[in-house]
Design a protein around this ligand. Structure first.
Ligand SMILES: *[C@@H]1O[C@H](CO)[C@@H](O)[C@H](O)[C@H]1NC(C)=O
Ligand SMILES: *[C@@H]1O[C@H](CO)[C@@H](O)[C@H](O)[C@H]1NC(C)=O
Length: 374
């Protein structure tokens, strides 16, 4: 009996092994097919090789692939194993390391230098990326001269213009100026600028640059949610950039624009933001000699609700587009260039460093006295 049972088990085992082998075989075939069909659906594969947190955390934009582009024959992937079958690869340029060349690049593959940081930060993580400087065909950054312009946001006319009681909004506000920041040693010296400004107007500071140095744990760094509604209690928000670089205007402006608040920018090179943003809907610290002058200007509005309400009303004629729309536009533009490289004269960059305006387009602050300079 016992022996019989043993025999049975052995026979069953053999049967089982056969079934398993068959299943494994089918599984392998299925996966090969899946990979094959993925790369043979006729669309150009665009691989984002090392997407930064800034991109992956913004699922609102991310999940959309190229779906909203009218004629885009492209498919976005983040799967590095598709590198050799990709028509184009997007790299977070300054984060590139030797590992980025672990596959063999087809001759007609286009490399895209993506970057959302200003040139002042390109070498922060080392200069290994420079080894690839002659490998790129396209640039995709916030700078308007990039092949593919990918700004942090966009301000467009509001349709229709909302009818709001701006005077009562102004009257309800019980705070003056707010600054939220976590990076407190910057090449724009914004931390020193704010310190000076506080001599002339009340500035509440949240985040690690506050007096208590408590991190701002409310909401998401990129996508501002309900907890930023504290902004509605304030009259002005300081959207001060960490570097004064041409066209470098970030989510600090675009994500906060739609609150009932007036944004004060400090960034770009002198009057540079006037080329990007509509006139009269924000205040530009770069228009003032120093923090004292800006403080004086803000005071006029802090002491006059009617005057401040006018500013809000003027601002309401414009809206900040949701990020996913801005992102989509850039992706569609990219796909166009990948589909028709001849039309767009896609070539190879010989001197990427100059193209990225690494040296020329950032300025030292000139609105602080020498004694503040480190
Ligand atoms: C004034 O500020 C406090 C927070 O400091 C807030 O709770 C309150 O709702 C604000 N608004 C009014 C009208 O008091
Ligand atoms: C892109 O750059 C590579 C590497 O420099 C080059 O070999 C290739 O011809 C370029 N592609 C186009 C379309 O110009």
């Amino acid at each position: 009996m016992k022996r019989l049972l043993q025999c049975r088990t052995r026979a069953d085992m053999r049967q089982l092994v056969k079934v398993c082998m068959a299943l494994l075989f089918l599984f392998i075939i299925f996966n090969i097919y899946k990979r094959w069909s993925k790369s043979h659906d006729g669309r150009h594969i665009v691989l984002w090789y090392n997407p930064p947190f800034y991109v992956t955390s913004r699922t609102d934009a991310f999940v959309r692939n190229f779906d909203e582009c009218p004629q885009a024959n492209c498919r976005l992937t983040f799967d590095q194993s598709e590198a050799e079958s990709s028509k184009a690869i997007i790299f977070d340029g300054r984060q590139m390391t030797k590992d980025c060349k672990s596959f063999s690049r087809p001759q007609d593959q286009m490399w895209v230098f993506w970057g959302n940081e200003p040139p002042t930060k390109y070498n922060e993580a080392g200069d290994e990326w420079m080894d690839f400087a002659k490998e790129f065909n396209l640039t995709m950054t916030y700078h308007r001269e990039s092949d593919v312009y990918m700004p942090y946001g966009e301000i467009v006319p509001t349709m229709p213009i909302p009818q709001k009681d701006f005077l009562s909004i102004a009257q309800k506000k019980n705070h003056s100026v707010v600054w939220i920041a976590s990076s407190c040693h910057t090449s724009s010296w914004r931390e020193m600028y704010v310190k000076e400004l506080r001599k002339y107007v009340d500035v509440d500071i949240f985040g690690r640059c506050s007096d208590a140095m408590t991190p701002w744990n409310c909401g998401n760094r990129w996508k501002h949610d309900d907890c930023f509604s504290v902004l509605n209690d304030y009259k002005f928000y300081l959207a001060f950039e960490n570097s004064l670089c041409e066209d470098y205007i970030t989510e600090k402006f675009f994500e906060n624009y739609n609150y009932d608040i007036i944004i004060v920018t400090r960034g770009g090179t002198k009057s540079n933001f006037k080329d990007i943003l509509p006139d009269g809907v924000y205040i530009d610290a770069m228009d003032f000699q120093n923090p004292k002058e800006l403080g004086g200007h803000l005071k006029q509005f802090l002491n006059d609700d009617k005057k401040y309400a006018n500013l809000l009303e003027r601002k309401s004629a414009y809206t900040s587009l949701p990020y996913h729309i801005v992102y989509q536009k850039s992706l569609c533009n990219l796909c166009d260039r990948i589909m028709y490289p001849e039309v767009y004269n896609v070539a190879r960059y010989d001197n990427l460093r100059d193209t990225l305006h690494e040296i020329n387009f950032c300025k030292h602050p000139s609105d602080l006295e020498r004694k503040h300079q480190r």
